[in-house]
Design a protein around this ligand. Sequence first.
Ligand code: ACO
Length: 324
Amino acid sequence: MSDPIRVRLTGVGGYLPRDVVTNDDLALKYGIETSDEWIRTRTGIAQRHIASGDETTASMAAKAARQALDYAGVDASEVDAVLVATATPDQVFPAMAVQVQALLGMTTGFGFDLSAACSGFVYALATARALMQAGQTKKILVIGSEVFSRLLDWTDRSTCVLFGDGAGAVLLEASSEGEEGILSTHLHSDGRTGDILYVDGAAGCASATQQLRMQGREVFRHAVVKLSQAVDEALAANGLTGQDIQWMVPHQANLRIIEGMAKKLALPSDRVVVTVDRHANTSAASIPLALNEAVRDGRIRKGDLVLMEALGGGLTWGSALVRM
Ligand code: ACO
């Protein structure tokens, strides 16, 4: 049965910090005991963008959002809600989403942040879709924005080489016509695995390091199993097989995980959008950044069936299937 209100994805945008840091820079300029060869072969990462002082989660989010609005030809004053998925807010509150409203000149509507680590964008898409289908909102900005460089332990080479900063955004619009829109979302979390990928502490927790910790191999093992589950659910819910998918826009954590998922779907590599080589892992920003790139360069076109999947700290994981 089709949704009573279709939730169409009408705008895309992205922002990447000015400074690019290559793998060689990490070894030579940052003094990290690593090599381009080690990072590339384990992860597919060649470089990442790192935010400067004036590039914050809120400012990057607003820039990406502005692009998405321009793409759709929609004025910020028409937007009913702003959702920002982030694990790296600039401050505890006001929420990044509310700051984005101010930066965009919005004086109506509402905004809030959503915390689901690297799965944040898929969670935010699902939340926005539900808000729209409840009939209360017609246009929602969904943004993933992260400055992971500010919560990395730069003395821990097993994690600090993996992440980058940036923001991506989409505009969602309610529609009662056509076949385009978000077809399904599937969300999961399991707190029993919270200790394999986390940032300890929060405001008021004096003993915390507030730095990212990860058991890489364990995360890898869970990623393969759980992402497969989320993808299978998306296909089954829509009566589809891997052959029906035109594009996979996965969370960009590791090229080996991405290739594993493409193989499962029997998708050729030129149908998978990969940015991890240039962006590294930008957490909640990685899917909208990849989507922005592939829509703007003409790879993903109107009518294409796009599968998104992500896994992050929590663990959280999920998928979204979208007819563009
Ligand atoms: N440079 C050079 N050597 C390194 C580095 C580095 N940056 N980091 C670790 N090593 C060394 C280790 O010290 C170890 O040396 P030893 O054997 O002498 O002890 C060796 O390399 C192997 O270390 P492992 O951690 O076992 O390496 P592994 O092959 O598992 O690769 C990696 C690590 C890339 C993190 C992998 O486990 C992985 O991709 N996991 C998936 C996790 C992931 O993608 N996380 C992203 C976050 S998930 C999300 O998006 C929220």
